[in-house]
Design a protein around this ligand. Structure first.
Ligand code: FES
Length: 145
């Protein structure tokens, strides 16, 4: 192999590896700047048997982030509502005798749907989906990103 041919082949090899390196770097930069958006996956957490929750009573279960959620039964309906007050994050509690959620920190009051009735909370309590399958109650939660 003469020197010109060897020089040409080494030039081709150098430029090919350079292009591959820059291409890989550009691909990683694009993935970093524009991450792919996966749709949030949801999971069903077992709450209990429907017939084990008396009418007007509630069960507490934690979502995947550890936030306690109250599942309240009202007749055939179930409501799953976060127990974290949207004012300053205190825990609200269900008061079945008053059919309301109450936050003891600053006397925030929410109705059975989690809507603000009185006090400083700026918005309603967060709601969750709940479903009954074959007599079992499940809380539907989104997996954390
Ligand atoms: Fe609940 Fe202030 S933290 S009313």
């Amino acid at each position: 192999m003469n020197a010109t041919r060897r020089s040409f082949l080494s030039q081709v090899a150098m430029w090919t590896s350079l292009a591959a390196s820059y291409g890989a770097a550009a691909w990683f930069a694009a993935r970093y700047l524009y991450p792919s958006k996966r749709p949030a996956r949801s999971r069903s957490l077992f709450v209990g048997r429907l017939d084990a929750i008396p009418d007007g009573d509630a069960r507490v279960i934690e979502d995947l982030r550890g936030v306690p959620v109250q599942v309240v039964r009202a007749g055939d309906q179930l409501r799953a509502i976060s127990t974290v007050c949207p004012h300053l994050g205190c825990r609200v509690r269900w008061e079945p005798q008053n059919t309301r959620f109450f936050c003891p920190c600053h006397n925030g009051v929410f109705d059975a749907e989690g809507k603000v009735v009185s006090g400083p909370p700026p918005r309603p309590l967060d709601r969750y989906e709940v479903e009954v399958v074959d007599g079992s109650v499940y809380l539907k939660v989104k997996e954390p990103a």
